[in-house]
Design a protein around this ligand. Structure first.
Ligand code: ADP
Ligand code: ASP
Ligand code: MG
Length: 816
């Protein structure tokens, strides 16, 4: 025979109760009728707690009582035939009258003892089970309602009673033997002590009732029917990517549920474990799900951990002081005291210096624990051998669990890497000696982010989600969104990365969506946003969203965002930027960016600062980090100037070539902004710095292409006029070069720590002789590449290639 337990949501509505009946109809009864254990309808136990506390505080409760009645009567009216309704309604009414009397008593006395509280809570299970047993009678020939207080016997620890297994076994066996032909409908959660007073087994205790019946009756399986697909790798309400586990051991299930995986109540495991009865967690709302099996002998699993669980509101206290060093007995006294006073300790850590013990408790227990400690250690405190305990609140425990963790190195490294990279500060750490569990205490506000980040890092078979916040919706920003949109599936399939754009801002508006914008209509969403763009607010909001694996993308050419990079790094958020202004400003700031990013374990990628999407920065970095030594860099890194000199041949005048370049959109509105070489200088400066030279902008020597008159012209029109009148100068340059079989090239150079940009004449042998369009080219001469330099060449400007470079940087952040 089997024991089937249905939780609160499974019996919470007309529809779900009908499903329960259907599930029972599918049962194979040939091995004996099942025992069905039932919870209170969902929300009812909480409502009873609330009413009891309201009454004790002198407040009215009748409205809640009416709510409770309506909830049950509604089910009776829907699921019982008219002729069967009256006896059930009468029975329910008796329960509700008793409940009202009790609550009235509490209200009068303004006192709620644990004993009375258990009695009040017992009505939830009694109402649901009695009612459902009557509904079942319409479908099955023999059903019996069992009030478990008659057979589950406990001590008198109200709220969390201990079961007297010997006595309970006798009673349950008797009951079953006398009714073996009937389906028993048993109240979960409730029990009674020797005197017959009602006790409860602890919140979530219906699971435990099921395990007790299963163990006593040697059931073939205990099925826990709930509202999710079994035990999952994390709480699905917190971690969207959590997935169902096919099986786990009793120990794993116990560790997971101890730290908050509410699907199953931890004590449940013990009776089942002792008799090796499998527990199967099934979903009432998806009966096709096969279930998670908790059993003794699980097959080998290739998962490093089985799951991550958490307790989201805890407080910690510390016992510390010089008086503890080398003295036995402090922890003994502390924990006996807490046990005696029934304060449940969630987690303990002790520093190896023996100087301090930290332990976690429920927030409700913290103040009492503190007072008890102050009484117990009064003498030591007065003698200053111990420090007064302090309560720290609003903390959470996150625990990773799995038997494979045992003796597998690197697990904790991975955990702390994920937490560190996401800026989650760890207050305390505990690893059970079983090595089945590593728990960390973190700030409550970081819990959701931490759970998702840790889940992403351990379950690599799932895609890692990057949350990107993008500044700038000009050509590059727009193109990036388009490229991302076109490659969603490819990225997921090939790189194991999914990118969510969680924030977008331009100079007018900003908008946020933690679930990621739909990249087919981000523009409409941004336009419709009521939030006016403000860079400071954008950053504050990005931090406040506290999402895991965040990246800030700066697709602007503005100096403003640069001011925020430092605080972004300090918030453990990586930066990807095509904005050159930051890296080409003062050297001290260039260095500060790198130091801050490194200290906070995040990335700073800016491949597009030089040569758009061409792999220049990365190539230089790889050369340097593999121990090569740079001798010289020669480069043409301005697409505009490249275009101009590539076309300044034959009959075309310099003036006409510049004008055509402007018409084609290759130049700034004032072409001198390109021809002065400032932008080119920034790129050479960034390369020099990346090559290890501590250099400022003034250190780059720039030879101007333009004669003085052109540089000094007041307007763009004047500039073109000056260019025309200087025609002879340019023709002369061109002809001199041609007469030597050479061409003109404006080349940036980094040679032995000296950076310069100058107009050169190069011959056929030079790698820069043949160039076309607006190509960029860079030649690295190093100790390894000294006979022939390493050359990178290709289109070095344009939205498509720049966005592609930003895209590649973003994916590189994901890979780390
Ligand atoms: P029932 O009322 O059926 O006893 P509970 O509410 O006690 O159900 O437990 C089921 C809930 O446990 C799920 O709805 C889910 O939100 C939560 N939960 C927490 N951690 C996990 C986990 N690791 N796997 C599955 N569910 C979890
Ligand atoms: N109804 C009880 C509770 O909500 C017991 C249970 O559902 O397991 O805690
Ligand atoms: Mg439960």
């Amino acid at each position: 025979m089997k024991v089937l337990k249905f939780g609160g949501t499974s019996v919470g509505s007309v529809k779900s109760i009908s499903t329960v009946i259907d599930i029972l109809k599918q049962e194979d009864m040939s091995q004996g009728a099942p025992v069905v254990v039932l919870s209170a309808m969902s929300g009812v136990t909480n409502l009873l707690v609330q009413m009891a506390e309201q009454a004790a505080a002198g407040r009215e409760f009748t409205q809640h009582l009416a709510e409770l009645e309506t909830k049950h009567y509604g089910v009776v009216k829907e699921l019982l035939d008219v002729q069967n309704q009256n006896p059930v309604l009468t029975r329910l009414k008796i329960y509700f009258n008793q409940l009202e009397d009790l609550l009235q008593g509490v209200l009068t006395l303004r006192e709620l003892t644990p004993k009375t509280r258990d009695l009040i809570l017992s009505y939830g299970e009694r109402c649901s089970s009695m009612m459902i047993s009557r509904i079942a009678m319409q479908h099955f020939p023999a059903c019996l309602f069992v009030d478990a207080t008659e057979v589950v016997k406990t001590d008198s620890s109200y709220g969390q009673a201990k079961v007297n297994m010997d006595l309970t076994s006798l009673l349950v066996n008797d009951l079953y033997r006398n009714n073996s032909d009937k389906i028993l409908f048993v109240t979960g959660f409730i029990s009674s002590n020797e005197a017959g007073n009602i006790t409860t087994l602890g919140r979530g205790g219906s699971d435990y009732t099921a395990a007790i019946f299963g163990a006593v009756l040697n059931a073939s399986a205990i099925e826990i029917w709930t509202d999710v697909n079994g035990m999952m790798t994390a709480d699905p309400r917190m971690v969207k990517k959590a997935f169902s586990l096919p099986e786990l051991t009793y120990t794993e299930a116990m560790e997971l549920s101890y730290f908050g995986a509410k699907v199953i109540y931890p004590p449940t495991m013990i009776p089942a474990f002792l008799k090796k009865i499998p527990i199967v967690i099934k979903n009432t709302f998806d009966t096709s799900f096969e279930g998670t099996v908790i059993r003794h002998d699980c097959g080998a699993s290739n998962l490093a951990i089985k799951g991550i669980s958490s307790v989201n509101k805890i407080s910690i206290l510390n016992l510390q002081g010089s008086g503890m060093v080398g003295k036995a007995g402090f922890s003994g006294r502390l924990f006996s005291l807490l046990a005696r006073e029934q304060i449940n300790v969630i987690l303990i850590t002790q520093s190896s210096s023996e100087h301090s013990i930290t332990f976690a408790v429920q927030p409700d227990d913290a103040e009492r624990a503190k007072q008890l400690m102050e009484q117990e250690f009064e003498l030591e405190l007065l003698a200053k051998k111990l420090e007064y305990p302090v309560i720290e609140e609003d903390l959470a425990v996150l625990a990773i669990v799995g038997e494979n963790m045992k003796q597998t190195p690197g697990i904790s490294g991975k955990l702390f890497h994920a937490l560190g990279r996401n800026g989650v500060n760890v207050r305390a750490i505990a690893q059970g000696s079983s090595e089945y569990n590593i728990s960390v205490i973190i700030s409550g506000g970081d819990l959701a982010k931490a759970l998702n980040a840790v889940h992403d890092s351990f379950f690599a078979q799932l895609n890692k989600t990057l949350h990107a916040f993008c500044l700038g919706t000009g050509n590059i920003g727009k193109t990036l969104f388009k490229q991302l949109n076109d490659h969603v599936e490819f990225l997921e399939a090939n790189n194991g990365i999914s990118v969510k754009i969680a924030g977008i801002a331009n100079t007018r508006k900003m908008a946020f969506d933690a679930d990621g914008f739909d990249l087919n209509n981000w523009e409409a969403k941004l336009e419709a946003s009521h939030e006016v763009a403000d860079l400071g607010d954008f950053i504050t909001k990005m931090k406040a969203m506290n999402l895991p694996n965040c990246v800030f993308i700066d697709n602007t050419a503005s100096p403003k965002p640069i001011e925020f990079y430092e605080q972004i790094f300090k918030s453990n958020i990586s930066v990807v930027t095509c904005n050159k202004i930051g890296n080409s400003g003062p050297y001290s700031r260039y260095k500060m960016f790198r130091d801050t990013a490194r200290r906070h374990g995040v990335d700073f990628f800016y491949e597009t600062n030089v040569g758009a999407g061409l792999p220049i920065i990365r190539t230089l970095k790889d050369l340097m980090s593999s121990g090569d030594r740079l001798q010289k860099i020669e480069a043409i890194l301005s697409g505009t100037i490249s275009y101009i000199f590539n076309n300044f041949n034959g009959d075309a005048t310099f003036h006409d070539v510049v004008q055509t370049a402007q018409e084609l959109g290759y130049t700034e509105p004032d072409p001198r902004d390109d021809l002065r070489g400032t932008d080119f200088m920034r790129k050479i400066l960034i390369l020099a710095r990346d090559a290890g030279y501590q250099m400022e902008a003034e250190d780059v020597q720039i030879d101007s292409i333009l004669p003085k008159a052109c540089l000094e012209a007041a307007t763009v029109a004047d500039f073109y006029a000056a260019l025309k009148s200087e025609n002879a100068y340019f023709e002369d340059l061109k002809n001199t070069a041609a007469s030597q079989g050479k061409v003109l090239r404006y080349i940036g150079m980094l040679d032995n720590g000296k950076a310069s940009i100058s107009l050169e004449m190069v011959d056929k042998e030079h790698p820069f002789y043949t160039m076309s369009g607006s190509d960029n080219i860079i030649a690295f001469t190093t100790d390894r590449y000294k006979v022939r330099p390493m050359v990178v060449k290709g289109p070095g400007a344009g939205a498509e290639v720049t966005a592609a470079g930003v895209f590649a940087d973003l994916i590189n952040v994901g890979a780390n």
